[in-house]
Write a protein that binds this ligand. Structure first.
Ligand code: SF4
Length: 426
């Protein structure tokens, strides 16, 4: 979208208050995400009323999912585009900025496209890392999840296209490629050439230069021995895996239509840790799913305590239209589900404290990313154990501006909640 806007002569400004046109890219897979999208759209509508913004364009999953209602919900928005209309954004932006085409809705019935960056790529992360999307859509049928109905079935990008995008990013100074898809483990299963995630990772590792490759969002049962072997052999691939388990109790996993059992999950985690010593594991759990009783939740709590994940996210179940779980009975009260979420996070807090203490006085390779905004002389970076935006950070002493965008050796000094403080090792 940024490339298309550039092509139509738009320039980017850091503050929406300075923009002639504001693009809101929305999320809509659960109620909390919709609420955030709604609030953002309405705050931009206020900007428009105050006169600083001339036009608003809403893109993303919310436009796609609620294409028939968006205009009514947000009458001050000038245009809505769906997931298959991204390359039209420059043209549409140009039209609406002049006041033409008010209330335009360009959303196809179904998302089927697979985008390749055909414009100059812009990395908007603000750091020396970039997300590398390897596939779009999902073929799993998790009963609670609206994503396949919004983003369509899985379609994988070709190996050549991914590698050429990755090369361009690295040539332009990117130091960390964050591999993403709805399920990265399923990469290539829809292309009949035997190329899967292990092959892709081998190729990404051999691109040369000084970089990291990080794997985000993988369906747990997709972690194969081949994949672990490639990760073990290539130091470019971060010893980090993000594998959302959602739950551990067999009855709940069955209700969620997830293929795995708690035993399989435990075996998988042991296999990963044996093959990749020191690996950092992130997972996500869903509490308050229909039929979740205290006994089921207790099972999950025990599992999380026993598995000692390095990073944990917990969501409360959100009933979603057009999903099999929507009509399921015995949904725990919201308050109870929130309490369960809290209880899991408290248990995880203890695990994080223990693990952080174990790191003190050890050393790690750290990617220096930016100045500390409030503390002169302190810089912020991440080790391979920390993914951008979602995990903690490392506050580094004894380094300088010249190290931004470079890997340096850091010794951990102390823990600061979910973050760490460290000192550059000369
Ligand atoms: S694997 Fe993830 S995106 Fe796909 S259906 Fe399940 S929860 Fe949704």
């Amino acid at each position: 979208m940024a490339g298309s806007l550039l092509k139509y002569g738009m320039a980017f400004v850091p503050d929406p208050g300075e923009a002639d046109i504001v693009v809101v890219n929305t999320c809509a897979f659960i109620e909390a995400a919709r609420e955030e999208s709604r609030e953002t759209i309405l705050s931009i509508c206020d900007l428009k009323k105050e006169g600083s913004c001339k036009a608003i364009l809403v893109a993303g999953c919310m436009s796609q999912r609620y294409k028939n209602n968006m205009q009514e919900l947000f009458p001050d928005v000038d245009a809505f585009i769906g997931l298959d209309e991204l390359e039209k954004i420059g043209e549409i932006a140009e039209q609406i900025i002049t006041g033409d085409n008010k209330g335009l809705v360009e959303v196809s019935d179904e998302a089927v496209k697979l985008y390749e960056p055909e414009f100059p790529e812009l990395v908007l992360t603000g750091g020396p890392y970039a997300y590398l999307k390897i596939a779009e859509g999902c073929n799993h049928k998790c009963s609670f999840c609206a994503i396949p109905s919004i983003r369509g079935s899985r379609r994988s990008r070709s190996l050549d296209n991914i590698l050429s995008e990755a090369s361009r990013l690295l040539e332009n100074g990117i130091k960390e490629l964050d591999v993403i898809a709805q399920d990265i483990m399923a990469y290539g299963k829809d292309i009949d050439n035997g190329v899967g995630l292990p092959t892709l990772l081998k190729e990404l590792s051999s691109l040369g230069g000084d970089h990291w490759v990080r794997l985000l969002y993988g369906y747990p049962t997709g972690v194969t021995n081949d994949l672990l072997a490639v990760m073990a052999e290539n130091s470019v691939i971060c010893r980090y895996l993000d594998i959302p388990i959602q739950h551990s109790h067999p009855d709940i996993l069955k209700g969620m239509r997830r293929a795995e059992t708690a035993d399989q999950l435990e075996d998988m985690i042991t296999r990963i840790r044996n093959t990749l010593p020191g690996v950092a594991l992130r997972t996500t759990c869903l509490v308050g799913f229909p039929g979740e009783e205290e006994e089921h939740f207790g099972h999950l709590l025990d599992f999380v305590k026993a598995m000692r994940f390095d990073h944990l996210g917990v969501f409360v179940y959100s009933p979603e239209d057009n999903t099999p779980a929507f009509d399921m009975k015995n949904v725990p009260e919201r308050e109870i589900a929130e309490e369960r979420r809290h209880e899991l996070m408290i248990a995880q807090r203890d695990i994080v404290d223990e693990k952080s203490q174990e790191l003190i006085n050890t050393e790690a390779n750290v990617l220096v990313e930016q100045f500390h905004p409030e503390d002169d002389g302190i810089f912020i970076g991440r080790s391979e154990r920390l993914a951008p935006e979602i995990d903690g950070e490392i506050f580094i002493r004894g380094t300088s501006e010249e190290d931004i965008g470079k890997f340096i050796k850091v010794r951990y000094i102390k823990q600061l909640d979910y973050d760490m403080v460290g000192k550059k090792v000369e």
